[in-house]
Write a protein that binds this ligand. Sequence first.
Ligand code: ADP
Ligand code: MG
Length: 399
Amino acid sequence: MKSGFLDKLIERLGRIGPEDVQNYLLQLAQEKGLIETVFNAIQEGIIVTDANGRITYVNEAACELFGLEADTSIGKRLDERVRGLDWKSLSQSQGAVSRDMEIFYPANRFLNFYIVPLLIERRESVAEIDDPGHTAEPVGHAIILRDITESRRSTEKTIESERFNALTLLAAGVAHEIGNPLNSLHIHLQLMERKVRKLDGKVKEELQEAIAISRAEITRLDSIVTQFLQAIRPSKPVLHPENVNSIVEEALRFFAPEIADRDIVVEPELRPDLPLIEVDRDQMKQAFYNVIKNSFEAMKRRGILRIHTDMDATHVNVSFTDTGGGMSAESLSRVFEPYFTTKSSGSGLGLLIVRRIVREHGGEMAIESNEGKGLTLTIRLPYLDKRVRMLEAGSSKPD
Ligand SMILES: Nc1ncnc2c1ncn2[C@@H]1O[C@H](COP(=O)(O)OP(=O)(O)O)[C@@H](O)[C@H]1O
Ligand SMILES: [Mg+2]
């Protein structure tokens, strides 16, 4: 980096008297201050090292990204401060190197690490200024760090949705075709049932049992197909102001027989003063239903499901906490993959549908699993209209 002021200073170096030195030093200090202010104001992390890889400068953004403290880092080797950094290969190149890296401390983020060797033309004395023969000497490296976490996540999302599209297009056709024969099977079973009623004795009993089993299987197939079609043919939500508590209660009503049959206690803790939020009632009911169903399936015969509704400044939160043993870290990482299931008769689409519905409502969901104990799934739904948020004075967090 060349500075006009510095160049002039060097040119005049032989001619300045001792009284000028103070002024020049003052001006130099001011320029340094300005550059530091600028470097601290920019979003990118900046680190400068000397030829031995020791940190000579680090700006605030870099400190934040790497969890460093400027005061205690100056003079220390960068690869000692940032463990796991492959400094050797990064610093060997003669030219600039750009590498993406994932960091785990202080937060899990993806960074683009751009490193350039710094070369300075050494001058033995002022007299050599115009001598073109001098050589450049490596004096260290400048590093620019850019946080690419968000863009990476959205790329992942695109890949995920493209893979999903290709898969589902094919499967949607198949699922649709399955619907018609299922209907016809259902009708024929009804006819058989009527005829069987006229029979007597053991044969009647056996046939009735066989028909009941077939019916249950058809219902199961039908629900898989319905769920599947819901997952892949998302309809735009039709929004009305609704009370989330009443949707929770409605979703719970479907489970009355299971609650009575098994040793499962449902503890609703519904905050009475929740604001109404714009939701598609049927879709949200479906989302809650899927979540509750998973909890019931995880708890099998006994357990406690706590459903807690609450609010903060911007969102209504609905959390479902069960005592069903939770999931392993491996399952948790795959839970939104289409068709991922650990159940022999699962579709692996339930949570995918939940996430789609929640996202379409501008919300988010989080899963916290305590393996061996249970799981908490939280759905966050915004209750402040976007336009209102934009008008709010002093709100600096856009979304
Ligand atoms: N409350 C829960 N407790 C433990 N595991 C769960 C829970 N909810 C979901 N899971 C895990 O996530 C997987 C995917 O769930 P889901 O998408 O609803 O599909 P499915 O229920 O058909 O398997 C389940 O198979 C199960 O392993
Ligand atoms: Mg499920």
